[in-house]
Ligand binder design. Structure first.
Ligand code: COA
Length: 297
């Protein structure tokens, strides 16, 4: 199978309407394209008209029904207008993907409180605002024959599972996003039958984040420190998104799926593999000689 081929049937999102913030570029665009290829109509939201226009024409060239809506997720009135326009245009809303994010590298001492706040406002508050404005359309409405509610996907990161250099603002923002995912999964899953999940991507080529955050040498050195010997592709994230959004994921709620090839687990291999066996035997031998359990040595 070629990397660009989808393993999913082409109609798994047939008839669905999806709104994707940050859908004009990077991961958001790939999710928009793959959702469209698998049957959904898509509205992409972003701040830059030019980026949206380019994204929409690319999507339409693939036969996807797409519109581009200008707006900033930090502004509640923009969020409300974009949700309303999507519903007006396509008649409903089934899927919300919160992909809009802000990022830059900064050490804590060189980051102003406003810089910190800006990223929190885009990633965390923006995610909540979009969910809040979309709720009325995502609710299950048994009276209209809709027994199942919609689906929300929050794009997170793996930075905050440990700690990441120069990313204090984004780590804090994405930790809040993961928390929002769990709280809404609990509350809106129970009250409105809406599923809320997340994806935590690792370094993904072809994204603004990768361009901004990963120095050129990172790509060539990836083989040395990535468990699967490669950085990710936008396709990897879009396939995970399709899985979660489709019926295949219908019992998955409140989960943030890490799609980073195991990168967040990676540590340098301090002891060469061939030395480990010998070293461990020597330690055991020593402990027997002195009659003590190895833990006491
Ligand atoms: N290093 C340190 N501080 C920075 C910075 C940097 N590289 N870039 C911005 N800031 C600070 C600014 O100095 C400002 O704080 P101040 O008022 O105390 O000086 C604050 O952040 C807001 O900056 P501003 O440029 O006004 O914000 P904006 O709303 O125009 O842009 C950003 C938001 C900064 C997040 C911008 O990078 C952006 O729009 N990003 C979207 C795309 C993106 O990052 N994609 C990657 C996703 S992984």
């Amino acid at each position: 199978m070629k990397m660009s081929e989808s393993p999913f049937k082409g109609d798994i999102l047939k008839g669905k309407v999806a709104l994707i913030t940050g859908g004009g570029s990077g991961i958001g665009f790939e999710i928009s394209a793959q959702f469209g290829i698998h049957g959904a109509s898509v509205a992409i939201m972003g701040r830059r008209r030019q980026v949206l226009d380019f994204g929409v024409s690319e999507l339409r060239s693939k036969g996807i029904q797409a519109i581009g809506l200008e707006g900033d997720v930090r502004k509640r009135e923009d969020a409300a207008r974009v949700v309303e326009t999507t519903v007006k245009h396509f008649g409903k809303l089934d899927i919300l993907v919160n992909g809009a994010a802000g990022n830059f590298l900064a050490s804590p001492e060189n980051l102003s409180p406003n810089g910190f706040r800006t990223v929190i406002e885009i990633d965390s508050v923006g995610t909540f605002t979009m969910c809040h404005e979309a709720l009325k359309y995502l609710k299950a409405m048994p009276e209209k024959g809709l027994s199942t509610g919609g689906f929300v996907l929050n794009i997170s990161a793996n930075l905050h599972y440990t700690a990441s250099w120069y990313q204090i603002h984004v780590s804090a923002a994405k930790a809040a996003v993961d928390s929002i995912t769990r709280s809404l999964a609990l509350e809106w899953g129970t009250d409105y039958n809406i599923r809320v999940n997340g994806i935590a991507p690792g370094p993904i080529e072809g994204t603004p984040g990768f361009q901004k955050l990963a120095p050129e040498e990172m790509k060539s050195k990836a083989k040395e420190y990535m468990p699967l010997y490669r950085t990710g592709e936008r396709w990897d994230i879009a396939m995970a998104a399709l899985y979660l959004a489709s019926d295949a994921g219908k019992y998955i709620n409140g989960c943030t799926m890490i799609v980073d090839g195991g990168f967040w687990l990676s540590r340098p291999r301090y002891i060469p593999k061939e030395d480990v066996k010998e070293l461990s035997r020597v330690v055991e031998k020593k402990s027997r000689m002195v009659g003590l359990p190895s833990s006491k040595l």
